[in-house]
Design a protein around this ligand. Structure first.
Ligand code: ADP
Ligand code: ZN
Length: 634
């Protein structure tokens, strides 16, 4: 079989996505490769497919996949087995007996693909197997773990090179990651000693993800509303603190939503159980701190809500990016409130990880963290395209309009905010640049608090000068002034608001300040629902964005039935539902409504092997549905 036939047969896809074919061809030519592609782009197929082709060419050929996380390996192996490909993993989750058995099957040459934890590589038993096997390729997944620049450094990754050196014949080395900073990329090439690798970077953009920011008073209400509008969809709600996780989860559960929770304060057992409930769609909504997520490969996460602003855009994009790994439309919405800044500042000042650094270095790290927090905060206030804002942060420059974020979809009008700006800058000047954002805001708003009185800001000439302007609006204007350097903030822990050389333009220069402000504030969750709320199928070279078609209401109903069938099958197989068929495959099925095997095989994601296992049951379900609804055009 050639690569196209294999792609169809095992994975059920008709064409390659951006970058895949180039990397696959390079591997088959015997060249090392480095693939830098965002989450969900389809990196796995880049080594799985050549592994199968190498096996066809040479019966004994084995591909070793080095992977950092047990859960990732399990998911991948399960997916391969479901597609009819023999694969196994070797890691510390196996008992010694299971390990020996897997290794002896490996020695018999049963597996074309074997996943292995990096720490296993030097083990004598494993080395013995490897020296006598025909290892055609070593694929290094999450290759950034080799670099100390990133957050996920794994010393075991440094041993990969020694392992490869110890093999009788050097295999092809293929490295993959979603992290694209220059330092990490250089580290991967150097430390894995890639030889003249074929490289591809497909960019950071995840076109299928919708980005939204909402500044709401009643965050819980917004979350509840969102869940009501998206019943049964799988999603994650990230909270800043464990306490928030507890509260939100308990309230939602009390109102009858199928939610579960995850944070570092729970027992291992509970975390494991809750994670499984989520993965298997028993409890489709997970409320969690950022402790949740590493190694979650669940592809049908349809939304990620942030109940609070994370500490920087790196974290935000990573967490939000857990949505829509199947390339289907998914939503990432950040629910922002002013206190989030204070909470994060507290985290920065009290970061335990930094306790061991010497004072100078610690100051530097804290300054960097404050700067990152500031950029994150601006994300919540910018009126520009949100996607563009994120991509620019990561060094990618695109157009300033994506059409799939809350800013691109909102109507703005230019509003003159000169008077507000004058009060804010005037207040900073008259208090002799001694206070932080909140004191300034409270003063011009005329808050009657103990703090304001103790600073005697109630005697400030600007006290209450903008009493009628709502607080969020005041904050927006202040952020606008900071973004455009009419004001600045000090880098130390006190984060005091200071004047700049541009401040005078406003105070005495008569400069008008005009900013884009949203026309009206529509109701939070309904606003997100402003889009039809129906399921879509994403097309396009990368399978993400580029174009999409929407399900009709009747097709939505069919989707629900197919999803229920999928859940039933998954329970029987004890496998996560998305491993049976992805959401994307189900949506495509609803559109094509296949009536025969040949038609079913045209559905993206249905290969021969899976057809044999499940095809008939899905065909029956579709036939039944058409009979009841009376029309194929439904
Ligand atoms: P990554 O490892 O880059 O995050 P995966 O390898 O998990 O991404 O792939 C993400 C999803 O895209 C999977 O559901 C996979 O089956 C699907 N996919 C991969 N390649 C293709 C393709 N050529 N056509 C359609 N879907 C694909
Ligand atoms: Zn946009």
């Amino acid at each position: 079989m050639d690569k196209y036939q294999l792609l169809k047969q095992y994975f059920g896809y008709d064409s390659f996505r951006e970058g895949q074919e180039y990397l696959i061809d390079s591997i088959l030519e015997g060249r090392d490769v480095l693939g830098i592609m965002p989450t969900g782009a389809g990196k796995s197929i880049c080594y799985q497919l050549p592994a199968l082709l190498m096996r066809e060419a040479d019966e004994g050929a084995v591909t070793l996949v080095v992977s950092p996380l047990i859960s990732l390996m399990k998911d991948q192996v399960e997916g391969l087995n479901q597609a009819g490909i023999h694969a196994a993993y070797l890691n510390s989750s196996l008992t010694p007996g299971q390990y020996r058995k897997a290794l002896s099957f490996a020695k018999e040459g049963r597996y074309p693909i074997i996943y292995v934890a990096p720490e296993r590589l030097p083990a004598p038993e494993f080395m013995d197997f490897a020296r006598n096997a025909n290892i055609a390729m070593v694929a290094v997944d999450e290759a950034h773990c080799v670099s100390q620049w990133g957050q996920d450094f794994r010393p075991g990754y440094l041993k990969i090179v020694n392992f490869i050196d110890a093999l009788p014949v050097r295999p092809v080395v293929a490295a993959f990651t979603a992290t694209a900073t220059k330092e990490v990329k250089e580290d991967i090439i150097d430390l894995l000693m890639l030889q003249n690798p074929a490289m591809i970077t497909t960019g950071f953009d995840r076109k299928n993800l919708y980005f939204g920011v909402q500044s709401v008073k009643d965050r819980y209400g917004a979350v509840k509303n969102y869940l009501e509008c998206h019943p049964k969809d799988a999603g994650i709600i990230y909270c800043l603190t464990r306490k928030n996780v507890e509260e939100v989860c308990e309230r939602l559960a009390g109102e009858g939503f199928a939610v579960t929770r995850y944070h570092a304060g729970l027992s291992d057992e509970e975390r494991k159980g809750n994670q499984e409930d989520f993965i298997y769609d028993k409890k489709p909504v997970m409320v969690a701190t950022n402790a949740f997520g590493m190694g979650i490969d669940k592809s049908n996460v349809r939304f990620v809500l942030h109940y609070g602003m994370p500490k920087n855009l790196e974290s935000y994009y990573q967490e939000a990016g857990r949505a829509g790994r199947d390339g289907q439309p998914a939503e990432c919405i950040l629910l922002y409130s002013g206190q989030d800044v204070t909470t994060n500042q507290f985290f920065i000042e009290n970061n335990q990880d930094n306790q061991e650094l010497d004072t100078g270095l610690r100051q530097l790290v804290m300054e960097r963290d404050r700067e990152r927090l500031r950029k994150m905060t601006f994300y919540c206030f910018t009126n520009e395209c949100l996607r563009d804002y994120i991509l620019r942060y990561f060094g990618e420059y695109k157009e300033n309009y994506c059409g799939n974020c809350s800013n691109c979809l909102s109507q703005f009008e230019n509003t003159d905010v000169t008077e507000i700006a004058k009060s804010l800058v005037g207040c900073v000047e008259s208090c002799r640049q001694r206070y932080g954002i909140n004191v300034i805001l409270d003063t011009v708003h005329g808050a009657n608090t103990a703090k304001i009185r103790s600073y005697r800001m109630d005697e400030n000439p600007f006290y209450g000068g903008c009493a009628k302007v709502p607080s969020p609006r005041l904050r927006q204007v202040l952020n606008h002034l900071l973004i455009h350097n009419y004001l600045a903030m000090t880098d130390d822990e006190y984060a005091v608001v200071k004047l700049t050389e541009k401040s005078d333009d406003i105070l005495t220069g008569g400069e008008a300040v005009v900013m884009k402000l949203a026309k009206e504030q529509p109701h939070p969750a309904k606003a997100e629902k402003g889009k039809s709320g129906r399921r879509k199928l994403s097309y396009g070279a990368s399978g993400t964005g580029a174009g999409s078609a929407e399900l009709s209401p009747a097709e939505e109903a069919l989707f629900e039935r197919l999803r229920t069938l999928r859940t039933e099958i998954a329970r029987g197989e004890k496998a996560p539902p998305y491993i049976i068929f992805s959401d994307r495959t189900l949506v495509h099925m609803c559109m094509l409504k296949p009536g025969t095997k040949a038609e079913m095989l045209k559905v993206s994601g249905v290969g021969e092997y899976k057809y044999d296992k499940y095809g008939e049951r899905f065909l029956d379900c579709i036939r039944e549905f058409i009979k009841i609804s009376g029309s194929v055009e439904a």
